[in-house]
Design a protein around this ligand. Sequence first.
Ligand code: FE2
Length: 282
Amino acid sequence: MVRVDVDPASFELPADHPGVSDPGYRARRAAIAEVGRTYRRGAPIPDVVYTPEEDEVWRLVSSELARKHEAYACHAYRVGAEAVTLPADRVPQLREVDARVRELTGFRIEPVPGLVPTRDFYGSLAERVFRSTQYVRHHSVPFYTPEPDIIHEIIGHANMLGNPMFADLYELAGQASQRAETDAALDFFSNVFWFTLEFGVVWEDGELRAYGAGLLSSYGEIEEFRRAEIRPWDLAQMGTLEYDITRYQPVLYAAESFDRMVDDLSAFFSGYDDEDHRRRTR
Ligand SMILES: [Fe+2]
């Protein structure tokens, strides 16, 4: 555990954040952010002592999601989740998730205080490092978070990273981001990442299932995604369609099969650079 004395007023949240007028929550956010802020690669990840309230939010959301994953998650995600075996009754420590995922696929999990600049976040994936927040969403709205909290990062992404197929895709994505030197090329890339590894869906055994971490970690959206406008796989559209992160996604792109998604996405990431971006947007 890391103990720090922080002034809760110094930790800013947007005006519409569920925890904005809760000084206790803001102090927790500031204290937990300190672990990520002071972390240096290669050092052991310090534990955060989660409160009973935070453990309860995890227990509630993770048990509901586990039930829904049976019906809505693609097979490869469920294989990853089974291998990672997250605790059901408490918030896991990044230290233990990191050890488990590293053993399974060589991917590492590292703490960060909050949102990481886009290039840094994706660039780390090229080194097989996933940078994760550690705070828990506000307890007043356990089934919603306006930003990536540890439930999104770990139930969404870390479970995927326990499957070598996804771990390799994430690494290729990281390499693609590093070859996207212009901001326009990086935007196109991160749009594709959004509509695939965050919000991707795939036809599997005649059913539409989710493989995107955003859907797989969202209690509400995981039940709603089949009602979205489902479009066929189209990288040029994914790369340029505008999206709003604050609402359920009205448009999703479905891969015709899981293997096809892995092949097409691997090929896209492997060949992506500024020139490829220009060619795709001409
Ligand atoms: Fe995410």
